[in-house]
Design a protein around this ligand. Sequence first.
Ligand code: SAM
Length: 208
Amino acid sequence: MCLNLFNQKAKAWDKKPNRLVLAEKFAKCIRQSVVKQGFSTAFEYGCGTGNVSLYLQDCFDKVVLADSSIGMIDEAQRKIEAQNIQHFYPKLLDLEKEDYPYSFDAIYTLMTLHHVKDVSYVIRKLSKMLNLGGMLFIGDLVPEDGDFHSYPENQEVHYGFNKSFIDDLFKQNNLKTIKYHVFHEITKEHTGISKVYPIFTANAIKIQ
Ligand SMILES: C[S@@+](CC[C@H](N)C(=O)[O-])C[C@H]1O[C@@H](n2cnc3c(N)ncnc32)[C@H](O)[C@@H]1O
């Protein structure tokens, strides 16, 4: 989806309750590991309006919320100020175009990688931004046949990622897979017929 569309959609993003449910369930998948590991810093890539990080706000001392859409970053900033959260730092950033020279204990990204052109390149950068022993968490579409996004948006996205693709990406980037499992389903209506799209979470630990 082009940047303009995310800018246009940002203000109404949270009006769809299923987006909040997905973010909350993804945050639940992350919470147990980050608390157990005692992580203190986190980076969210493709934060949108910040929902995942907001659900995890008690888990970290510092969270950078990054997104390439200024509309999304403005919405995240507005919510951070409204809740008077002092340890969240919104950042306009596209790792396909620039670097971010800081490192973190935990990195998470929800429903963003399928919008990124060069997924391997971005995973390489995210892995470099992880501290040794840190963890990467991905939430995204299981492979689908291309109608999750409607035409012409679907011409610019990936149609999901399977476990072996994710395992290979992790292996190539000094990340050891901990798990890949389906944790949610999104249902959409197409001309009166409901179709279910499973969403996976995969996580990995930085080993070198
Ligand atoms: C489907 S939305 C998901 C937003 C949020 N993670 C959520 O689940 O509500 C995808 C987000 O990724 C952002 N995005 C897309 N391509 C990006 C890129 N190359 N770098 C950073 N953010 C990107 C978009 O601006 C958008 O906010």
